[in-house]
Design a protein around this ligand. Structure first.
Ligand SMILES: NC(=O)c1ccc[n+]([C@@H]2O[C@H](COP(=O)([O-])OP(=O)(O)OC[C@H]3O[C@@H](n4cnc5c(N)ncnc54)[C@H](O)[C@@H]3O)[C@@H](O)[C@H]2O)c1
Length: 319
């Protein structure tokens, strides 16, 4: 079936907004839902219909799934701080509406794109993380694992319910997508503090490594997959495999922002407090991109330095 009308949940979020824009620019009709108010930048598109509502409004969600060809279920909570302080909410929002969405996609025979996470692999040391690799998580009494576990449950439900037919779903495991509009993640937290010349606080040693993928590259990959009809009924890592230490990220952001901020490694006491609150860090996360590169022949275009500069430019335009 040719996809013409797309339903996006979490449409006013960092990734959801860019995805809606890309779809609209390419002539797709977009039905979008989010609890946030509509970003006016999308109002000029005639094929955009916005519902300021919650994915817990199951009647509306079912209706919109029925009326569209593809559901991109992006609504969620992806800020690590929330895993610790709002554990119930993270579990509830990640799992319950997703189960309703999976059932509705199954009932109406509609395709689903689901944004899962690199957190799925937990603290596995089988680097780089392959899509069929093992998961290695800490105790359930350590709150931070709630997000990984909740997303994994949804992945299980998708496989159980939707793999009965071909071309039914794609699960995207995203690895630190960053760009302007990100909220509550390391990149935007550092930029915000650098702008105010406040200390950039590092909770581990600074030697923890992450792989960052610029938002435009992520959206380009989504779009290629949509148009080429690849990876049906599969899980796919989406990220960059170039590692960066958190310390080096902090230094880059200070330099680009021309900031007077200092880098402060948190004291063992502060780290201990975080641990008691349910925090545990993951030292390295590298995606295996074999599947992605082999099938799409796509390489990320934006280097970390370029991406950070683009964020800084956008921040200046907005002040
Ligand atoms: N950005 C990343 O690096 C990353 C990494 C791994 C996974 N993800 C996943 O990708 C998806 C999008 O992430 P993001 O970075 O854009 O996060 P985001 O927080 O910017 O976007 C999530 C959106 O969901 C909306 N939302 C929350 N509760 C809702 C509700 N009840 N009903 C409708 N909308 C609701 C929020 O208002 C927000 O606009 C999430 O599912 C997240 O778990 C993102």
């Amino acid at each position: 079936m040719k996809i013409k009308r797309v339903f996006v949940t979490g449409a006013m979020g960092f990734i959801g907004f860019s995805w809606c824009k890309k779809l609209l620019e390419n002539g797709y009709e977009v039905y979008a839902i989010d609890i946030k108010k509509n970003n006016k930048k999308l109002n000029n598109f005639k094929k955009f219909r916005y519902f300021k509502d919650s994915v817990f409004n199951y009647d509306l969600v079912r209706k919109l799934i029925k009326q569209t060809d593809l559901t991109c279920h992006f609504a969620g909570i992806a800020s690590p701080k929330e895993y610790l302080i709002n554990t119930n909410k993270v579990i509830d929002l990640t799992v319950n509406p997703s189960l309703v969405i999976i059932n509705a996609c199954s009932k109406y025979g509609k395709k689903l794109f689901f944004t899962s996470t690199s957190e799925i692999y937990g603290k596995s040391i089988e680097l780089p993380f392959k899509e069929d690799g093992n998961r290695y998580l800490g105790s359930t009494s350590t709150r931070r694992w709630c997000y990984s576990t909740a997303k994994a449950l949804v992945e299980h439900a998708i496989f159980a319910k939707l793999s009965v037919k071909k071309k039914n779903f794609i699960i995207y495991r995203l690895f630190n997508i960053y760009g302007h509009g990100l909220e509550g993640r390391v990149v935007d937290i550092f930029f915000e503090r650098a702008r105010k010349n406040r200390d950039l606080e590092i909770f581990g040693t600074g030697r923890e490594k992450r792989c960052f993928l610029y938002i435009d590259d992520c959206i380009e990959i989504f779009f290629k997959i949509l148009t080429k009809n690849k990876f049906d009924n599969q899980v796919l890592n989406i990220g960059n495999n170039k590692e960066e230490t958190i310390l080096s990220l902090a230094k880059k952001i200070i330099k680009i922002s021309d900031s007077k901020s200092q880098i402060k490694i948190k004291s063992p006491r502060a780290k201990n407090k975080m641990k008691k609150q349910g925090f545990e860090d993951i030292l390295r996360r590298i995606p295996s991109l074999v599947k992605l590169k082999k099938t799409l022949k796509y390489k990320p275009k934006t280097s970390l330095n370029e991406g950070l500069r683009l964020i800084y430019k956008e921040m200046q335009n907005n002040f």
